[in-house]
Structures are given as structure tokens and as C-alpha cells.
Design a protein around this ligand. Structure first.
Ligand code: URA
Length: 272
């Protein structure tokens, strides 16, 4: 898969490899211990293309990591949250340019659910987003049958007993009521299978429509349905802070927040 040219400061490339901190990488360069394509480089701030240039430190090839890719997809209903489906159903891969296929979804939305789905190639961050101890909040707009009375609200807010154990408290807000149905906003910090549907079933209000509008620090905003976009550096770094909460889960990148690299394979803007 071709990766277009991206110039990055040499000390940053060395630091990203995990070999040394940014400061220590600068010292290595100044001491003449770094070569790029066979030539010693001692000038700090020299930019290279990590995908094309060969960097050696103390005569040994630097193992580089691919840049992080973070995509936000507005998943429509009718697509399964995998890149490959053995049953040949429409998948989220159908909504992305082929170059984005090396990313994978962080968790899933049911096939009939829509909304914010994060995709990345960074397994550590994906794991941190999904790990229960990180309590990453997920907010859903939900159309339900009937409307929640105060007793239902209290049950949801206190947590319910489902067949796989008690749920953590949910934040629930009534939004709008129609004759037979209503819309609520519900935020949960867990990510069990069909959790929102099961919680609402439990209080007697089956889900008619479910759309995820927030995932941790990310908000779907006005991203059109079927469209995807790269996260901003700010959004990507907000996700990276999850790794700092529990440093033991952090192995891929040991040098702190860094700006996300744009995937040259642009995601399709909108499916028509
Ligand atoms: N909860 C559900 O029940 N379904 C989803 O798709 C997401 C959360």
C-alpha cells in the first residue's frame, strides 16, 4: 500500500521508535551516531521521510512504527461493524476507501445502530478505549417505545441487573415525546453487547432507533451519515491520554502524545 511522502524531524522519528527520548535522540544526532541513507546527520531539525529514508543509530537499523491513523465514521444502519464479513453482509469497509482498510473498528455498533464509530491502527489505544477500567463514556440518542417514567429513570440511573451482571449507573435524559414513542439521551461507561437495548428492554421500553453521538472525548457533530473523517491532532491526543491513565497498558508508544499522521488514503466523504 503506497504511503505518500511525509517529512518528520529526525529526532522525532528516533523517539517514536521507542529507542530514546526526544532529548536523548538529539544528543545521538549531535554526537554523529545517526545516519540517514548512509550519511551521518548531525544537524538537529533535519527532516526525513520515515517511510523511505533508512535511519541507522549506532550502525543499527531503526525499527519504525507506522503512523497512527484515527478515523471517525458515521455508521449508517444496515452495516456490520467489521472490515470483513464471512456472511457477505455490507460492512463498514464498504464505506471507506481501500487504503483505510488497515484500520479496525474500536468496539462495535449493532448492525441496525448508527452513529460514531472510531477506527484506528493503534491496538494499544483501541484496547485502552475499550478497557472497563478506563470508563470511557458512550452517549446515545435513543428512540424508545413509550416513555420513561420516574421509576424507570431511577432504575436506569441506579444500574440494573442484566443476565451478565449488574450494570453501572447510566445517565439518562428525556428529550422529546411523541404519541407512542419518545427520544432519550443515555450515557453508559461500559460496552457490553447490546447493552443499551437490554437495559431499556429491562424497564419495558424496547429500542426503536439507536444512534451513538459521543465516544469518550469524541463527538459525532455534523458528520454526514456514511461519511468519515480523520481525527484532529487534538482529538487524537485526547484519546492518547487514556494510555497515561493506566501506563501499564502502554507499550506501543513510549514517548508521549504526538500528532496523528494523516492517512494518505482519504476516506470517502459520503456514501450516496
Ligand atoms: N448498545 C446497544 O444495544 N447497541 C449498540 O449498537 C450500542 C450500544
Amino acid at each position: 500500500m503506497p504511503i505518500t511522502s511525509a517529512q518528520v524531524r529526525l529526532q522525532k522519528v528516533i523517539a517514536r521508535s521507542g529507542l530514546a527520548s526526544r532529548r536523548a535522540a538529539e544528543t545521538l544526532i549531535q554526537e554523529g551516531r545517526v545516519t540517514v541513507n548512509g550519511k551521518t546527520v548531525t544537524v538537529l531539525g533535519t527532516c526525513i521521510d520515515p517511510n523511505r529514508d533508512h535511519v541507522k543509530v549506532n550502525g543499527r537499523h531503526l525499527k519504525t512504527q507506522p503512523p497512527d491513523i484515527f478515523l471517525m465514521l458515521h455508521k449508517p444502519g444496515g452495516y456490520v461493524s467489521t472490515m470483513n464479513d464471512p456472511l457477505d453482509r455490507p460492512t463498514i469497509a464498504d464505506l471507506l476507501e481501500t487504503g483505510s482498510i488497515r484500520t479496525f473498528p474500536v468496539g462495535r455498533l449493532d448492525s441496525d445502530s448508527e452513529g460514531l464509530l472510531l477506527l484506528t491502527n493503534n491496538g494499544d489505544i483501541a484496547q485502552a478505549c475499550l478497557h472497563p477500567r478506563n470508563h470511557v463514556n458512550k452517549t446515545y440518542l435513543v428512540k424508545i417505545k413509550g416513555s420513561l417514567d420516574n421509576e424507570d429513570m431511577t432504575k436506569l440511573k441506579n444500574g440494573l441487573l442484566l443476565e451478565d451482571g449488574p450494570t453501572a449507573p447510566a445517565h439518562v435524559r428525556r428529550i422529546r415525546q411523541t404519541e407512542a414513542n419518545s427520544w432519550i439521551e443515555m450515557t453508559i461507561s461500559e460496552g457490553r453487547n447490546h447493552q443499551v437495548k437490554r437495559m431499556l428492554d429491562c424497564v419495558g421500553h424496547p429500542v426503536i432507533k439507536l444512534k451513538r453521538v459521543k465516544f469518550g472525548p469524541l463527538a459525532l457533530g455534523d458528520l454526514p451519515i456514511g461519511a468519515s473523517r480523520y481525527l484532529s491532532d487534538e482529538e487524537a491526543n485526547a484519546l492518547r491520554t487514556l494510555l497515561h491513565r493506566h501506563p501499564s497498558s502502554r507499550s506501543r508508544n513510549q514517548i508521549g502524545p504526538r500528532p496523528s499522521k494523516r492517512n494518505p488514503h482519504r476516506p470517502r466523504k459520503q456514501r450516496t
